[in-house]
Design a protein around this ligand. Structure first.
Ligand SMILES: Cc1cc2nc3c(=O)[nH]c(=O)nc-3n(C[C@H](O)[C@H](O)[C@H](O)COP(=O)(O)OP(=O)(O)OC[C@H]3O[C@@H](n4cnc5c(N)ncnc54)[C@H](O)[C@@H]3O)c2cc1C
Ligand code: SF4
Length: 531
């Protein structure tokens, strides 16, 4: 065995090794950052709260996979937003597993628009919001979007072929055409239409949320993470729940306290710490990392950690037709309409929204139907499964100071740390956008010939953003333009928490683009001994 092979097979880092970068969370942000740093010769310890479930263990079974890997640490919900009132214990939806929610996502990959990144300037001073421009424009992000799309193999970009039309998409497209929309297609997804980058082509079986057994859909689990490990510079520690980030007397992060699978606690020393636990656990971890210098949490002397929580307004609708649709045949998300995604204030709200076709398996379908009228109506909707088409309407929501993550004053988790409370109310702009989107959604399906159009019950929030946002000025946010804490120079945030605004499009492509960009910055700063 060569030195390199030996290291790859066995790389483990000592708890006292303070030369390593410690990354918390192995999802879209953390997994990509780990690989990008390792490829640049930097040693990484990747702490992941969940277990390692490999692709060969995925089952095409909604209930079994949901039970296996859905985030189950305690949380509490407050506020009037429907995901808060309907899911008081888990208002957000994410995974606890190596690969994070990138194992489970639908793969829709959308770039921010320039207007969305200049939200404060373009939308104006909307009362009750804390709207902010990103500290840089789309032009700075575009080269990283190109690289992110190539990494993910996004269909319909970079010369890669488009994915085929599925039944659910065909119905929506018919309605879109009839109401006069122009920008609709099978969508840019991180799903292979043909084999690409050692991943298979999509076989359209439709269990994207249960983990893609062919690897057609990108996930860090079987791309970036094994590639990072193959450098001999990455140690992945599954079942390792980070509890606190520690710092030295000079205020620099110097280690992470975590609990292993048996609940034993360890301190992993670090040269630099990146937090990528998704936008609820990331601020929660910082808020739990109190000390005499940071009495309200690490990097939180500004009081900004956890504020400006964004999730998109994600409202599903479904339509029942007289003839079979069989929307479950094909990818879970099979197409999009983009005509309404632009900022057109004459509609009565700021920001835009996307239509995304979404199909569900029968257990999910029965669960997300409106149950309020149990009985014959509900039963006949279930009978309509094969005749159903559906989509979700994804709209930008407004940041406010009170929509936030904070620590529960009394309730603690099994490690003795306060659990997070998620608070979200609707801003009037949110309601205006949501109501308009619902009206347009109904028009599309009615134009396609639906005999009945209804709202799904709301989903828990899958797109979590904004809680450690990037801001030019430390007063307005937690991190600078690189996702680097304004207060702790070697503390980085590498997930959707850093978004300065939410836009209307799905967030993961941007999380990946930012992680690639951040890795370049970290490597250069480390090379210059600034970090
Ligand atoms: C049903 C659904 C469908 C989706 N579809 C799309 C889509 O089509 N397009 C899109 O752009 N986005 C989609 N998303 C959102 C997408 O999955 C997320 O944006 C993305 O995965 C976020 O990446 P992340 O790295 O921030 O967090 P995650 O991918 O959630 O990873 C965070 C990881 O951190 C770990 N972790 C958290 N706290 C700790 C701790 N204290 N210690 C150790 N580990 C910790 C978690 O276990 C997890 O593995 C979807 C989400 C859901 C729920
Ligand atoms: S439909 Fe395609 S992307 Fe979805 S799980 Fe099947 S092969 Fe993977």
């Amino acid at each position: 065995m060569s030195d390199h092979e030996d290291r790859v097979a066995a790389v483990t880092f000592d708890h006292d090794d303070d030369s390593v970068v410690v990354i918390i969370g192995s999802g879209a942000g953390g997994g990509v950052l780990a690989n990008e740093l390792c490829q640049k010769g930097i040693d990484v310890v990747l702490l992941e709260a969940g277990a390692r479930v490999e692709m060969t263990e995925f089952e095409n079974d909604e209930v079994a996979m949901n039970d296996l890997w859905t985030w189950d640490e305690p949380r509490e919900a407050r506020g009037s937003r429907a995901n808060m009132t309907q899911f008081p214990e888990q208002p957000a939806w994410m995974l606890k597993t190596v690969g994070g929610t990138s194992v489970h996502w639908a793969g829709t990959s959308v770039r921010f628009k320039d207007t969305e990144m200049k939200a404060r300037t373009v939308y104006g001073d909307i009362e009750g919001t804390t709207l902010l421009d990103w500290p840089f424009g789309l032009d700075e992000l575009e080269p990283y979007y190109d690289r992110a799309e190539a990494k993910l193999g996004v269909a319909g970009t970079g010369g890669r072929p488009w994915l085929p039309e599925g039944n659910n998409y065909k119905v929506m497209a018919l309605g879109a055409k009839r109401v006069g929309y122009k920008e609709f297609h099978t969508g840019n997804h991180a799903i292979n239409a043909e084999p690409y980058d050692e991943r298979n082509a999509c076989d359209q079986i439709g269990f994207c949320f249960q983990g893609c057994r062919s690897g057609a859909k990108w996930s860090t689990l079987y791309t970036d993470i094994p590639r990072a490990e193959a450098t001999g510079r990455c140690e992945v520690r599954p079942n390792s729940m980070a509890l606190r980030v520690e710092h030295d007397d000079s205020g620099k992060a110097n280690g992470v306290l975590y609990a292993d699978t048996n609940g034993n606690q360890h301190l992993q020393k670090a040269r630099l710490v990146s937090v990528a636990g998704n936008a609820i656990e990331t601020p929660r971890l910082l808020l739990n990392s109190t000390s005499s210098s940071f009495q309200d949490g690490l990097g939180n002397n500004s009081g900004q950690v956890g504020k400006n929580y964004l999730t998109h307004l994600d409202q599903g609708i479904y339509a029942i037709f007289d003839k079979p649709v069989n929307f479950h045949r094909g990818r879970v998300v099979s197409g999009t309409i983009r005509d309404e995604s632009y900022h057109q204030p004459e509609r009565g709200f700021a920001g835009g929204f996307y239509f995304l076709c979404v199909s569900l398996g029968l257990p999910g379908y029965a669960g997300w139907l409106d149950h309020s009228g149990w009985g014959r109506g509900y039963a006949s909707d279930i009978e309509g499964y094969a005749y159903t088409a559906g989509c979700t309407l994804l709209a930008e929501d407004m940041p406010t100071e009170s929509n936030r993550i904070y620590l529960h004053p009394t309730k603690k988790d099994r490690y003795g740390f306060p659990i997070p409370v998620c608070h979200q109310d609707y801003h009037p702009n949110d309601l205006a956008a949501r109501n308009y989107a619902l009206k347009k959604g109904a028009e599309v399906y009615e134009a396609a010939g639906a005999r009945k159009v209804m709202e799904w019950r709301i989903f828990p929030a899958g797109h979590n953003m904004g809680t450690c946002r990037m801001a030019e000025n430390a007063r307005d946010g937690v991190t600078n333009r690189w996702g680097q804490s304004h207060e702790v120079p070697n503390l980085f945030v590498s997930d959707g928490s850093t978004f300065s605004s939410g836009g209307a499009g799905n967030p993961t492509l941007t999380i990946v683009a930012l992680a690639i960009r951040q890795a370049e910055y970290i490597a250069e700063q480390m090379r210059q001994n600034n970090l």
